[in-house]
Design a protein around this ligand. Structure first.
Ligand code: FE2
Length: 476
């Protein structure tokens, strides 16, 4: 790359209309304008068409001389193909700020990019405005059939969500059945990672525990549904996804046999990650192409591991293989035909995304449950099955058990009961001094004499540590 890198541009190159070299600030500015136009006008509007043509022409021209056009913002400076393009003016600062606010610090475009991809990119950039920083950005691009563009996201160094090391597992007291299922699953995954194979009896024991106890315990559900302040790599994620999948199965009226099949498949859906190196699994920020291919292979590895285990439910390897496939036929692994994933795989996909988005990563803040529900809603109909998303969101409600919320009367409380007919108005227990439970509960669905709600929940907050959810949820 360095051999073909053009020399650093002069600060006034941006104003040189005759210049044939690419002005990265102008291109960044073009993307910012196109993004705004996309948000303001319907597709096909002349303003969009003309801006898109301008961007497409300069991108294609630049890609004649290099296979990848790399635009990066590093420490507030715009870089083109790795070379700094210093231009100390307010216009650049504004462009940089606007992209930084979206969490985008790099746009890499590969040769072969189409005008349609650039247009879809502007729509993705527009949609980032109301998306949590934690939503998987690369997945969104692929969903829109954008395969020649990579977006990099900033590590949020200057927000209260500092890039940080999170613990590897939930801290503090846990529901006993949940704690037991976590311990058994950790051992099961460690055994697979060390080549000992899948212990069928333990798997069955965990699935039973999840069905009989964990999925029915409000304390456990609170610990799984609320924002999770730990770096949840595989085994905790698997227990959580299995429990959430069981909630969907229950909502769909699954019988005992289907429930067991779902629980087992969901528990083992990511077992292929035991073959992925930890530095790739835990890498902060975007994966490069090789790492992404490796990560995507966890679906195939999982199916390979599971087909070798006699006695598993027949659909368990299928779900491991398919859980990143979209209901419209896309996603990975790439099958030749647009094969629609099995219903169980579709259920696990919904639970998987909710679980991943509400969990922490070293480079991303955990999203609140309501943000995660919005992410699911946006994916409904493309990646996810709309009916399953509805079933899931109806089951957990917008402010699920265990969420720490603030009311419009400035009361802080923990959701201890949800009311199916009142998804926005749960029952809460107030948080008192030292984050202890205050006696009594408040039903936020209660209405006053005028018929209006007495209070509304206005937001979900990150739980103040240490908070003993058992104390709140077991008591209710
Ligand atoms: Fe996965």
């Amino acid at each position: 790359m360095t051999a073909s890198t053009p020399p650093p541009r002069r600060a006034h190159a941006a104003d040189d209309a005759e210049s044939t070299t690419l002005d990265p600030v102008a291109l960044f500015r073009g993307f910012v304008s196109l993004r705004r136009l996309t948000g303001m006008y319907p597709a096909g509007h002349p303003a969009i068409v003309s801006k898109l043509t301008e961007i497409d022409e300069s991108v294609q021209r630049h890609l004649q001389s290099t296979p990848v056009l790399q635009l990066d913002i590093i420490h507030g400076d715009v870089h083109l193909d790795g070379v700094s393009f210093r231009q100390d003016n307010e216009s650049q600062a504004q462009v940089v700020r606007e992209l930084s606010d979206l969490g985008v610090d790099s746009i890499h475009i590969r040769r072969g990019v189409t005008r349609d991809e650039l247009q879809a990119l502007s729509e993705v950039l527009w949609q980032l405005k109301d998306a949590p920083a934690s939503a998987p950005i690369q997945g969104r691009l692929e969903q829109r059939n954008i395969y020649h563009v990579t977006l990099g996201k900033l590590v949020p160094l200057d927000t209260r969500w500092k890039a940080q090391e999170w613990p590897d597992a939930p801290q503090g007291p846990l529901d006993p059945a949940y704690a037991e299922s976590l311990a058994l699953t950790e051992k099961t995954f460690d055994d697979v990672a060390s080549g000992k194979g899948v212990n069928l009896l333990t798997v069955r024991e965990i699935v039973e525990l999840l069905i009989r106890k964990v999925a029915g315990s409000s304390a456990a559900l609170g610990q799984i549904l609320a924002v999770k302040l730990y770096e949840n790599l595989t085994y905790c994620h698997s227990v959580n996804v299995a429990t959430l999948s069981l909630l969907i199965g229950r909502q769909l009226g699954f019988d005992a046999a289907m429930t067991s099949a779902l629980g087992e498949a969901a528990l083992l859906h990511d077992i292929g990650k035991t073959r992925i190196p930890l530095d790739v699994l835990k890498k902060p920020g975007a994966l490069d192409k090789r790492e992404r291919k490796l990560m995507e292979a966890h679906t195939i590895y999982g199916a390979e591991i599971l087909v070798e285990v006699a006695g598993l439910q027949p659909l368990t390897p299928t779900v491991a293989l398919e859980h990143h496939r979209a209901v419209t036929g896309g996603g990975y692994p790439d099958f030749d035909e647009a094969k629609i994933p099995h219903l169980l795989s579709q259920i696990v996909s919904v639970a998987d995304i909710y679980e991943a988005v509400t969990g922490a990563r070293s480079y991303q803040e955990p999203a609140t449950p309501e943000q995660a529900c919005l992410v699911l809603a946006r994916l409904a109909g493309t990646k996810l099955n709309t009916a399953l998303v509805k079933a899931f969101v109806n089951t957990i409600s917008f402010f699920p058990l265990g969420s720490v919320v603030r009311t419009d009367r400035d009361e802080l409380g923990v959701v201890v009961r949800t009311i199916p007919s009142e998804p926005l108005h749960p029952v809460i227990a107030l948080l008192g001094a030292g984050h202890r439970r205050v006696a009594g509960e408040i039903d936020t669905s209660r209405r006053g004499a005028s018929g209006d709600y007495e209070r509304h929940v206005v937001e979900t907050l990150r739980p103040p540590a240490p908070l003993d959810l058992n104390e709140f949820l077991a008591a209710s």
